[in-house]
Design a protein around this ligand. Structure first.
Ligand SMILES: [Zn+2]
Ligand SMILES: [Zn+2]
Length: 748
């Protein structure tokens, strides 16, 4: 599963080769060699642009992938041409510049072939020279790719071919990266495109495949904009949500759609829904299909006498036994889980579930988050309890759902595959107590581990974080590390780089991610997302998302090289100052969990003791374990950040770099104001409690300008999910009541 080469290790050498091929100035037009041609199979289309733009008419996910491949690979060709024109300064409107031709045409000069021997006739002709076989490509997986150059009688030919269509697209992006192109954040201002001529096809020999199978974000709202979706694909991120509009645009870019949550039982075995079959003992439902299920011994007819037989009336025994009674309490995502040992209930639930993948709301979904009710209670009947603890029972349901999906595929009812993602969280956090079914599909059933509100002062594996991360480590150990564990599958890590109470603060995770992601990988994680990503206006958050994308592709990459590359290309002459700024900002805000989940709540609740954690005191404090930046240190760090960003803003750099620094500054100002507000509100509160009204007033008056500036900031807390957004940055501080109390006493 590891990539066969590191991202930047060999990459730098190849970049040097590419740089040699770039000519500083373009040759005069009359001496210019013919532009490099791009060859792709256009199928029935007249142009690659037409094929690339026709995603709405592609039947994504049916058995025949030909149309899918033509669309994505033509899109790859168009992306390639766009950036080659940008790099070389050639007019994109002139077809002769990096012309794209169909694989049926003959073209002189150097060529870039898009796609493997199966889908591209020219690749097929040169396959032996290139040492390329379709089977060899397929072995790289659907997202792996080969980039290889060969000499064919003076004509240089470079092929970019994936194990599947998405691999080909990723190969094009990787090729452009080799030439120096970067997409650090959504939008053109955040692209880095080097300038120079490209008279010949460069010499490359690259094989890559992703280390993490799933890379992206957990979302459930239609909030992705075009620039964000482009950024995801270009950085080879492949997970977004089914709730997003314009599914074809995502499918084209290899972005998988996930769905699901806690509401499955409301949708597929709702006790209040009319029973969908002709129950043998009920009169008035004779027009319904034959009842496939045996009548239960608890049948009591239309109990509420509304003339309709509901599911709970037809089969009370389908629902969870709680305190000796069947409970029909399934409302939205909450309540009591159904009786999962009842074969008829499970059959009906699964039948409706799989049907939804075929022609229902989730007909485009590539994976499902199969979660039982949120904090739901489990059935207490004898048959259920003999199946084990809730985790054991949950895994049996997961296994069953996966079997039903496979069955539907075998029967040709479902064209695409659907992975089943389940929880290791809340009621099903304890690891399984008994062996899983021997044919449990470990490839496609994956446990998600969510360390919500974990500590980022310390890495996940750091044993010195006993107050916060220790319990997460021990849960994770039971699922992923313990040599005697029953679960032997992959882990899906659900990180929280913008957990709801952080409210889009400009937190930097560079150093903690550099340790955590390889640790996750080494302990079996092959999937990772985080919740509430912002879809634009990233500022310094660009590094979190960019580094995450790169590290999920290759967790063993040279991280120092990645940072050097990020800062030098993104900030030019301001790179050194900005790197210092990011480093300091990471220290300033890494204790954010204690700040927002603990201190803020204590301030709001007017708790007698504000600083109960070793992680954070007011004054500097150095315990043996659980040491984190204390509030006075956080204030010092943001003051240092302010000096650094001011210095960077005063530097002579090109306009686009100025714009990036200005965006960073705006995001930082939100974090800076938040820390100062906390500091002054704490000091005022403590002085007030000590009976020192003058000092309390003085501190409050120092807090006020920060509060006012935060109130005026209505952009920093947007572009995330509804949970992590806020109307303004002051409300986002979550200490508005503490502030109001002081205002009442000292604001006059
Ligand atoms: Zn039961
Ligand atoms: Zn910690």
């Amino acid at each position: 599963m590891t990539p066969t080469r590191t991202y930047l290790g060999v990459g730098w050498r190849l970049c040097a080769v590419a740089a040699a091929l770039f000519m500083a100035a373009r040759a005069p037009a009359e001496h210019r060699p013919p532009s490099i041609g791009i060859v792709v199979n256009m199928g029935r289309y007249d142009s690659a642009a037409e094929a690339a733009g026709d995603e709405a008419n592609v039947r994504w996910g049916d058995i025949d992938a030909t149309d899918d491949t033509i669309c994505t690979q033509c899109f790859a060709a168009c992306e390639l041409r766009h950036y080659l024109c940008q790099m070389t300064g050639l007019d994109e409107d002139q077809d002769a510049n990096f012309p794209i031709v169909d694989d049926e045409e003959l073209l002189e000069g150097d060529l870039i072939l898009i796609g493997g021997p199966d889908g591209n006739a020219v690749t097929r002709r040169h396959a032996a020279d290139l040492g390329l076989t379709q089977a060899g490509l397929a072995a790289l997986g659907p997202e792996g790719f080969r980039i290889k150059t060969t000499d064919a009688g003076g004509q240089r030919i470079l092929v970019i071919a994936g194990g599947g269509r998405v691999g080909t697209l990723y190969g094009v992006y990787a090729f452009l990266e080799q030439l120096g192109v970067r997409w650090f954040a959504p939008g053109q201002i955040h692209e880095y495109v080097p300038r120079g001529a490209l008279p010949r096809v460069p010499d490359m020999d690259i094989t890559e495949r992703p280390a993490f199978v799933t890379r992206g974000f957990w979302a459930w709202e239609d909030r992705g904009n075009d620039a964000f979706i482009d950024w995801m694909a270009r950085n080879r991120m492949n997970l977004w949500c089914d709730a997003q509009s314009n599914h074809p645009a995502l499918k084209k870019r290899g972005i998988q759609l996930t769905c699901g949550g806690h509401r499955h039982q409301s949708r597929f075995i709702n006790p209040r829904d009319p029973y969908p079959y002709n129950h043998p003992r009920f009169v008035g439902d004779e027009d319904k299909p034959d009842d496939p299920y045996p009548v239960g011994d608890q049948y009591a007819g239309d109990v509420n006498e509304d003339g309709v037989l509901s599911c709970s009336e037809a089969h009370p025994e389908w629902y969870g036994l709680r305190g000796g009674k069947r409970s029909f309490n399934i409302r939205g995502g909450f309540g009591d889980n159904f009786c999962t040992s009842n074969e008829s209930a499970v059959t009906e639930f699964m039948k409706n579930f799989v049907q939804d993948f075929i022609d229902g709301e989730w007909r485009d979904a590539d994976s499902v988050n199969f979660w039982m009710l949120d904090g739901g209670k489990w059935c207490e009947c004898d048959n259920c309890t003999t199946l084990g603890i809730p985790t054991d029972r949950n895994l049996l349901l997961v296994h069953r759902l996966r079997q039903e999906i496979k069955k539907a595929r075998l029967r040709g009812r479902l064209g695409r595959d659907v992975r089943v993602i389940f929880l290791a969280y809340a009621d099903v956090l304890a690891p399984p107590t008994r062996p899983l079914p021997p044919d449990f599909d470990y490839e496609n059933c994956i446990a998600t581990y969510f360390p919500i509100a974990r500590c980022y002062v310390h890495t996940f594996a750091d044993p010195s974080c006993t107050e916060i991360n220790e319990r997460y480590r021990s849960h994770h150990h039971g699922w992923a590390v313990d040599p005697n564990r029953h679960y032997r599958g992959q882990i899906f890590i659900g990180e929280y780089y913008n957990v709801s109470r952080y409210k889009c603060l400009p937190i930097v995770y560079a150093k903690v991610m550099a340790k955590d992601i390889p640790y996750y990988y080494d302990t079996g994680a092959r999937h990772m997302h985080y919740m509430h990503v912002t879809t634009g206006n990233w500022g310094t958050k660009a590094l979190t998302n960019y580094q995450m994308a790169r590290m999920l592709w290759d967790p063993k990459l040279d991280i120092e090289a990645l940072w050097d590359d990020y800062f030098s290309r993104r900030y030019g002459a301001a790179a050194r100052v900005m790197r210092h700024f990011y480093d300091t900002l990471e220290k300033a805000l890494c204790n954010v969990t204690v700040l927002k989940y603990r201190l803020a709540r204590r301030l709001e609740g007017n708790s007698a003791e504000l600083f109960t954690d070793r992680h954070m005191k007011y004054e500097q404090y150095r315990p043996d374990t659980d040491d984190g930046p204390d509030l006075v240190e956080m204030v010092r760090y943001v003051a240092r950040c302010r000096k650094l960003i001011d210095r960077a803003e005063g530097m002579e750099v090109p306009q686009r770099i100025k714009a990036r620094i200005a965006e960073d500054e705006r995001g930082f100002a939100y974090g800076e104001g938040t820390i100062h507000l906390f500091d002054r509100v704490v000091q005022a509160t403590l002085a007030d409690r000590a009976g020192n009204a003058d000092e309390a007033r003085r501190q409050f008056l120092l807090a006020r300008p920060y509060a006012d500036a935060l109130k005026a900031d209505t952009t920093s807390t947007t572009m995330s999910s509804s949970h992590a957004n806020e109307s303004n940055a002051f409300v986002a501080s979550q200490i508005t009541n503490a502030y109001a109390r002081l205002e009442k006493r000292y604001g006059g």
